[in-house]
Design a protein around this ligand. Structure first.
Ligand SMILES: Nc1ncnc2c1ncn2[C@@H]1O[C@H](COP(=O)(O)OP(=O)(O)OP(=O)(O)O)[C@@H](O)[C@H]1O
Ligand SMILES: [Mg+2]
Length: 403
């Protein structure tokens, strides 16, 4: 019975171990999503919960194992002891009674076994800690991005988000951005296009202040974003990132990630608006919103993942949308649904859209072309204006980097 207890507890501990690693892995790969949702603290709490659950599970096995070891060990010792002590007592009239000796031996065995398994469990937990510590250091980026003492919250943008002569380099190789000027007026859609590697995704990181500019500045209504609380800046923004990160969790929880206090009805409403509700109900397995999406969402198609990311952003309902369009091509049917979902998401928001699709740039109020060669915005205008100019934009369209 004790052995059954050990194996049952071992199984539970293995499950906890898996949860623990999954939590770490998910945080590692979803860092941008987590940071963009401003939920680093919640994630740390989640990890600490799985970690202490793991510790408790391991300690329980240690105890059960110690109990069974002590019992078996104790019984064999008892037999030997009875024989030895019995004869010894008979011969030498020992002062100490045999049962105290036995109790002592059993307690000793129990204690050493418990210590051995206990320290092993503790050691395993300790092994994970450095990795976890590094991860949370990245998550908090306390070394790099800190709020100034007494920094006020960032006001909700009323006029514009602007980049003034922004320069940025990763510290290796040449600077990526070399003097970018860009204005994102409130309520407008600005599309950003440019060759792969020109720094489009980097630019979004800078607007969210995941990294600081190395020259120039970024402002919200004229206020430098380095002078306000970073978390409050992120609060005004919803990010749909290029790699469409989904957690290995249910669809419902993945959408709710946009706003953790949302009700099931609100999650469903967001899914409807993202044109994914019917698809969710028809997923194989019949579990609907409770379907687990797999690692990084690999049980869903590209178009389904995009729409779930869109539902998440819809639920978040932030005034500013930073959309980094995935480059992956979709079939016509999927494309149609994604386009409809995107139109719904962009409506009434201030949008900066990194566009890889012609259909997206055609909806934009203004298109900015980022050049990899010069590291800045080389053309600004509408689709028609830029096409007739016959410059960089026209070249991109011709090269089919768009559309
Ligand atoms: N974390 C990083 N460390 C160092 N260099 C980086 C890092 N991230 C991006 N880069 C480099 O910065 C440049 C711009 O990258 P970025 O991802 O912003 O390009 P992009 O315009 O979004 O490209 P794509 O259209 O392929 O998504 C590239 O040369 C890239 O190799
Ligand atoms: Mg990119």
């Amino acid at each position: 019975m004790l052995l059954r207890k050990v194996s049952r507890r071992s199984r539970r501990a293995r499950r906890r171990q898996a949860e623990n690693f999954t939590a770490l892995e998910q945080i590692a790969s979803g860092i941008k999503v987590i940071k963009a949702m401003g939920s680093a603290a919640a994630e740390r709490a989640r990890y600490e919960r799985t970690n202490s659950a793991l510790y408790a599970a391991k300690m329980k096995i240690a105890l059960a194992r110690a109990e069974s070891d002590a019992l078996i060990g104790g019984l064999s010792f008892a037999l030997i002891g009875v024989v030895v002590l019995g004869s010894a007592a008979a011969i030498a009239h020992a002062r100490m009674d045999s049962s105290s000796v036995l109790t002592f031996i059993t307690a000793l065995i129990r204690l050493t076994t418990l210590m051995k398994t206990g320290t092993k469990a503790y050691g395993e937990i300790q092994e994970n800690l450095p990795a976890a510590a590094r991860l949370f250091a990245v998550l908090n980026q306390e070394s790099r991005i800190t709020d100034r003492a007494g920094a006020p919250p960032c006001p909700r943008p009323q006029q514009a988000i602007q980049l003034h002569n922004v320069r940025f380099g990763y510290g290796v190789g040449a600077e990526v951005l070399r003097g970018v000027n860009l204005t994102l007026p409130v309520g407008k859609i600005v599309a950003l296009v440019g060759e792969s590697g020109s720094g489009k995704s980097t630019l979004i990181d800078l607007i969210l202040r995941f990294r600081d500019v190395t020259g120039g500045c970024i402002s919200v209504d004229g206020v430098d974003i380095r002078s306000v609380q970073q978390a409050s800046l992120v609060q005004h923004c919803a990010l749909v990132s290029q790699d469409l990160f989904l957690f290995n969790d249910t669809i419902e929880n993945n959408i709710r990630y946009g706003r953790p206090d949302a009700t099931a009805a609100e999650v469903e409403e967001a899914a409807r608006r993202a044109h994914i509700h019917d698809t969710i109900l028809k997923l194989p397995g019949g579990q609907g919103y409770q379907t687990v999406v797999g690692d990084r969402g690999d049980r869903l198609s590209g178009g389904q993942r995009q729409r779930i990311a869109i539902a998440r952003a819809l639920l978040r309902n932030a005034p500013v949308l930073l959309l980094d369009e995935p480059t992956s091509a979709l079939d016509a049917e999927s494309e149609h649904h994604v386009q409809a979902a995107l139109r719904e998401l962009m409506r009434g928001r201030t949008c900066l859209v990194i566009a890889h699709r012609l259909s997206t740039v055609q909806h934009a109020d203004c298109i900015c072309v980022l050049s990899r060669e010069t590291g800045n915005v080389v053309e600004t205008g509408t689709h028609q204006e830029l096409l007739s100019r016959g410059g960089e934009y026209a070249r991109l369209v011709q090269m089919q980097q768009l559309g």
